[in-house]
Design a protein around this ligand. Structure first.
Ligand code: COA
Length: 256
């Protein structure tokens, strides 16, 4: 079904693995489109509660956009490459189910941007993050200039974007770029542990959280007004009925 990615549904979770290990999982146009399609399919699948995005092989999550593909691009082609990629990454950010990047090695350029478009990031201790585009005379094109600022603040983002410095998982954790650091062997265990905590909560409420937090960053959207709507809408859901009934009956809620 796909050429450059693998998908597997396991424990109510769709695992999307970028599978070009000989190219350190570099993102060519086809791979980005396949990721977008796989996310859309998982979002519609009622048996899937959440999504993990990871890379194939021990070395890389994604080592960036595929440099060989765009080496001869014109200005117009460059703009299209950026716009097409941003559209897919936005669909990940706005996915109504939780999406976690399990970062298992290099997350550079488009790889760091892909991880940042996910809702959470768990990294193995061999992961390395960076936006090295300036070394190629480029800037990030998949909203890396925007999401890095959102995640780690302007000063440090400016530094990483302008120097092209690579940082290890420990520093990424200190900066708030990743939520947890594990050994490579524990990466998926920790990722599922977080997802299972989320799955134990009201699914519509989890979607409400994603929508409201994203609203904070959207131009022209009053996030607080958005929250009023989302909060109110929770009252009409089965999840609310179940969550409150479980609390009042002193039992564990069963949302699924
Ligand atoms: N695009 C296309 N191919 C890439 C790639 C990318 N972003 N990153 C790695 N590859 C390819 C290499 O060309 C090489 O292919 P080859 O074996 O056919 O020559 C293969 O992946 C392995 O990479 P290599 O450079 O040999 O591994 P390394 O361990 O010596 O170095 C990196 C690893 C990540 C430091 C290095 O590959 C790198 O700097 N990649 C580019 C990172 C980048 O600039 N990303 C932003 C792009 S906009």
């Amino acid at each position: 079904m796909y050429t450059n990615i693998l998908t597997e549904n396991k424990d109510n979770t769709c695992i999307i693995t970028i599978n070009r290990p000989d190219k350190l999982n570099a993102l060519n146009h086809e791979t980005i489109q396949e990721i977008g399609k796989a996310v859309a399919v998982a979002e519609k699948d009622n048996s899937v509660y959440g999504i993990i995005i990871t890379g194939s092989g021990p070395k890389a999550f994604v080592a960036g956009a595929d440099i060989s593909e765009f080496s001869k691009y014109t200005v117009e082609e460059g703009k299209k490459l950026s716009a097409d990629g941003q559209k897919v990454f936005k669909s990940i950010e706005l996915c109504t189910k939780p999406v976690i990047a399990a970062v298992n090695g290099f997350a550079l350029g488009g790889g760091c941007e892909l991880a940042m478009s996910c809702h959470l990031r768990i990294a193995s201790d061999n992961a390395k993050f960076g936006q090295p585009e300036v070394k190629l005379g480029l800037i990030p094109g998949y909203a890396g200039t925007q999401r890095l600022v959102q995640l780690i603040g302007k000063g440090k983002a400016m530094e990483l974007l302008m120097t092209a410095d690579m940082i290890g998982a420990g520093e990424a954790f200190t900066l708030g770029l990743v939520n947890y650091v594990t050994s490579p062997g524990d990466l998926m265990i920790k990722t599922f542990e977080i997802l299972n905590k989320i799955y134990a909560n009201g699914p519509r409420a989890v979607t409400g959280i994603i929508n409201c937090v994203d609203a904070y960053f959207q131009d022209g959207v009053d996030g607080s007004a958005f929250e009023v709507e989302e909060f109110g809408n929770c009252f009409g859901t089965d999840g609310f009925t179940e969550g409150v009934d479980a609390f009042l009956s002193k039992r564990k809620a069963n949302f699924r």
